[in-house]
Ligand binder design. Sequence first.
Ligand SMILES: [Zn+2]
Length: 688
Amino acid sequence: MAYPQVAFRNTTFTGKSILASRRNTVAGTTLKTQLDQFKQTGRYDCFELKWHPTYDDHSMWPVPKHLFWDSDLAKWIEGACYFLETQYDEEIDEAIQYLVQTMRSAQQEDGYLNLHYTVVEPKGRWSNLRDMHELYNCGHLIEAALAHRNYYKNDLLLEPMVKYVKLISNTFGPEDHKLHGYPGHPEIELALLRLYTETGNNDAYKLARYFIEERGNPTGQNGEMFYDWEARQRNDSPWKRSDAYKTAGAHWYNQSHAPLLEQPTIEGHAVRALYLLTAVADLLCIEEKGGIAMTRSAEWLATLHRLWDDMVDRKMSVTGGVGAIEQWEGFGLPYFLPQSTPEGGCYNETCASIAILFLAERLLHLDLDSRYADIMELCLYNNVLTAMSLSGRAFTYVNQLGSSSTHPSTREDWFWCACCPPNYSRLMGSIGGYLWDYDVTKATEGGEEACVNVHLYASATLTFPTPSGDTISLSQSSDFPWSGTISFTLAAPTDTPVTLRLRIPSWTNNTFVLDPSLPSSKSPTLQKGYLTLPPSYTSSHSSFTLSFPPSSFEPRWLVPHPYTSQNTVFLARGPLVYCAEDAFNDWETDHFRDVVVRPGSKIVEEERVWKGEGQDEEEKYIALRTRAWKRDLSGWQSGVGPVRQADSTTGESTTLELDNSREIVYIPYYLRANSGGQGHMRVGMIRG
Ligand SMILES: [Zn+2]
């Protein structure tokens, strides 16, 4: 097993695909767009440690606007290093080298490295772990340092980060003289475990594990919960709380209301929860691979499954978005999944779905079950891909399912809290590592044996070495996600048995054809959603085709759980969830709130080509056309009150303009807000 942030280097994208197209856009446009934003906003040279006017802005409390600048730069460096592997760019290279040099020079003598507590509040170090993101920023810098080392083959960024980790591990830990704290925003845990896995840094492993196991200890610091103790040291009044805390002491906001093993449900800030759980999965993966064992491993695994299930079953939108509540950017009550602001909210931060990819990928190492890969695919093709414009220059942070006049479906060039855009860049830089994973082990009868688990389909080639010096490669070529014929070619030494496991997406209803077929059975059985091709098959068929029949790509209607109390239907095709927007439906002026569709109406597919201004590449997509009706709201004039008599036959409060059906055009949700219009958009329409 290797982290996808390392293993992506074994994958080369070939041919046309959405993923390859987005990667080209990020490499050619987005990295420089984001670099320009860094230069315009003061981030780029912030580690020169001069004062910037933004530091005087106290409009956000308790989080100042520059608090995450360290992590913005770190994520960009990480993503840029991934792309430099395949596409050298002098401007990007020079920017990375400048940033690394300023970060090195900003490090304090004892190893401390943090913008805010060096320039703005130099005496405040470690005084507010709950809110101030010191350890979060450090985590992203560690990840940047690992990516930097892998590309530049030097330790110019890793060396200061190792020194910083030493300082942190001398500050926090179980020993009496150390603080018994943990980060308010988890992230450093997964970064430390990457550092340990890639370099063997034992301090990093111990620190990550301490942060995870100590989290939520009700008596951890001098008999008090750490954040309560910490607040008293700051002389905070008991009712003083950050904006994101629903009430004073609502530590579930950052998953520290109880030890993680005792938490029955996934709560609070979604990105924090998912980064934390990813690190837990990393600890179990390390143990699984024969590394350091956890105590209570079975309970940790059960915790991962329990919280994952709570998220995907009760707290996830149809697009793979999570976090319904804007106030704490996180999970709401079970089945509270509104589509838009007037309905009660819908947040679905980009970073949260990116974090689901991190967690799902780790879970697949612990338990090869396609239900994790199905969610990974759902998040990637919908809530994640929608977060960047096709031009690569505009982004979304919040990904609602329905627009409103308060929050139209639009994009921004940048955000004061800019976590999402560089997170998107680094994910796309390493996305090849999520398509598949591989392993080479010693065979029981001597020699080596290899396996490849294929999770996502595109057009790409995986190439990896074996310990004995041979090379194995597996290519897949497809038109995914538009149609489902995937051609594979395997090249492996004749004396190395290779097992392939191919994911069968749940939305195909397990309908597939393997050609040539397996000799043993006409209908091969799946193991947890994966089709296994044993060495006896792969050694005799270097080329084969997996096909999902056209019927599995037919548009289909989806409905939400009854407890959401929504009488809505969603339209999907393959892994893609669709939406309607006014750019393609110019008759709509009220965010599709008055629009009704009827499952059973004929749906016509139409292949279209998107080519944006200044774009080199054309990109095909499939639009769906069906019928829609408008509700007659004429009986709801103002001043009459909140209710009307229901129709005695239909139980409806309104009538449909039945003589006035119209065509409604749906496009993939990831394409929204690319084609003009006034920002009217909706995924789930009322079922008529
Ligand atoms: Zn974000």
